[in-house]
Design a protein around this ligand. Structure first.
Ligand code: BGC
Length: 449
């Protein structure tokens, strides 16, 4: 039987990129990340500054995304602009977002809007942020205000970006503000964040019954260093359950997964509080016990050596694995764990690669694996690449390059990388052709076509 020469994606599939306010807008001086930068807490000593200057010229990049054949774009609202002081709303900020969303729509780009992407106003952080359960109501009040004012322009909401990363980086590792390493706080914050998601979900549902509402999460895989070692297997199970599957189980069944369920009470109305699964997938880590790693609690975490690369960050030890099959494993696992009850969207996936020497192949291979999951019945409805331009990458400042387009920070000049052209080809065709595979991943040719 002749093999098919084209991998088609479902009709109406969303193609585009994901971005966030602090990483793109510039001059967001009223949030806790700005303060963190001013305190010299970014590894490279850099600051977000003007970022990609979207507050003034986002539309030029929206035009770029349109020219690339995309039909969706994910951005976030900056709470600290909309509510600069507790209870004080800035109508001009809402007007600016209205202009941005209207521009996207008019270009045929579906806006996907995140309400919290790592940043929050200083006044909120100074009241204890999400460590304080009392503060959840401020978040829900801001969300309601934003949705009331933007619902005629957007019907696809992401309440919170990566609660698991926000908690682990801010309250366990201490690399993100507020820079704590305190498991009790981490537990509280994860609980309150998920509570905030559930309450925001209910508030949006009331205000806009037909909206699509969900949150997105970093779905990281953890595999045992020695597949046959019961200790390594138990360890990776523990990490993956705690980091990756626990919040998902909460919005499925109303309670966190074991063993987190022993430490955190259930959340009422949490079961079913999402219309889709928002998936950020980047990589996997290997885990094993090691007697020599006593400073790390005898645990060794490392990227799989088969396709490891230095990812361009300032620290030479920052290496990561490009693991395209992981996207297949993640969407299959979510589909299985949730008994296939909701559609899935890849809300982020990307590669740090200034030279763009690995990204085109990685992009293609992730999409081939995603297509395989779709052909096996997993209802994936969209793919958003992180990200459109080189952006301010939190702790790594401007030293790492995830953009489909390079951005010269001195001149603001944007230059599409080869992977931008590849994603444009794929989105226009709504398919991957044999010719693309031949060009970017000859090793897959035999297996697919
Ligand atoms: C975040 C993005 C970030 C990306 C790449 C994700 O964890 O949501 O804001 O830039 O990873 O580092």
């Amino acid at each position: 039987m002749a093999k098919t020469r084209i991998l088609r994606f479902p009709t109406g599939f969303l193609w585009g990129t994901a971005t966030s306010s602090h990483q793109y807008e510039g001059d967001n001086t009223n949030n806790q990340w700005y303060r963190w930068e001013q305190q010299g807490r970014i590894r490279t000593g850099e600051v977000s500054g003007k970022a990609a200057n979207w507050w003034e010229r986002a539309e030029e990049d929206f035009a770029r995304a349109e020219q690339m054949g995309h039909n969706a774009l994910r951005l976030s609202l900056e709470w600290s602009r909309i509510e600069p002081a507790e209870g004080r709303r800035d109508a001009a900020a809402i007007d600016r977002y209205r202009a941005m969303l209207a521009d996207l729509r008019q270009r045929g780009l579906k806006p996907i809007v995140t309400l919290h992407h790592f940043t929050e106003p200083l006044w909120f952080a100074d009241r204890g942020g999400f460590e304080n359960e009392e503060n959840v109501r401020f978040f829900v009040r801001y969300v309601s205000h934003a949705v009331e004012n933007l619902r005629d322009l957007c019907d696809f909401w992401v309440t919170i970006n990566e609660p698991n990363v926000y908690v682990s980086e801010g309250y366990v590792v201490g690399a993100y503000p507020p820079g704590k390493s305190d498991l009790r706080s981490a537990r509280r914050v994860l609980h309150n964040l998920m509570q905030a998601h559930v309450e925001a979900f209910c508030a949006i549902r009331r205000l806009q019954p037909a909206a699509w509402i969900g949150y997105c999460q970093d779905y990281r895989l953890f595999d045992p260093a020695l597949p046959f070692s019961p200790l390594d297997r138990a360890l990776s199970w523990l990490y993956e359950t705690g980091f990756t599957w626990s919040p998902l189980q909460l919005v499925e069944r109303g309670r966190f997964a074991f063993p987190l369920a022993l430490l955190m009470p259930p959340i009422s109305r949490a079961g079913g509080a999402r219309d889709y699964h928002g998936i950020n997938y980047y990589t996997r880590e290997m885990l094993g016990f090691s007697v020599t790693s006593h400073t790390e609690g005898f645990i060794r975490r490392f990227p799989h050596p088969a396709s490891v690369y230095h990812d361009g960050r300032a620290n030479p030890n920052d290496v990561e694995e490009i693991y395209p099959e992981g996207i297949y494993r993640v969407v299959k696992a979510i589909h299985r764990r949730t008994r296939g009850n909701k559609p899935l969207y890849i809300t982020e996936n990307g590669v740090r690669d200034a030279a763009d020497s690995r990204r085109p192949q990685a992009l293609l291979e992730h999409l081939v694996w995603l297509h395989r999951a779709i052909s096996e019945g997993v209802p994936v409805r969209g793919y958003l690449h992180w990200t459109l331009l080189d952006d301010f990458e939190w702790m790594d400042g401007w030293h790492t390059h995830l953009g489909l387009c390079a951005m010269d920070r001195a001149t603001g000049q944007r230059t599409p990388r080869p992977s931008a052209l590849l994603l444009a080809e794929i989105s226009r065709a709504n398919a991957i052709t044999a010719d693309m595979v031949e060009r970017y991943s000859p090793r897959l040719m035999e297996r697919i076509f």
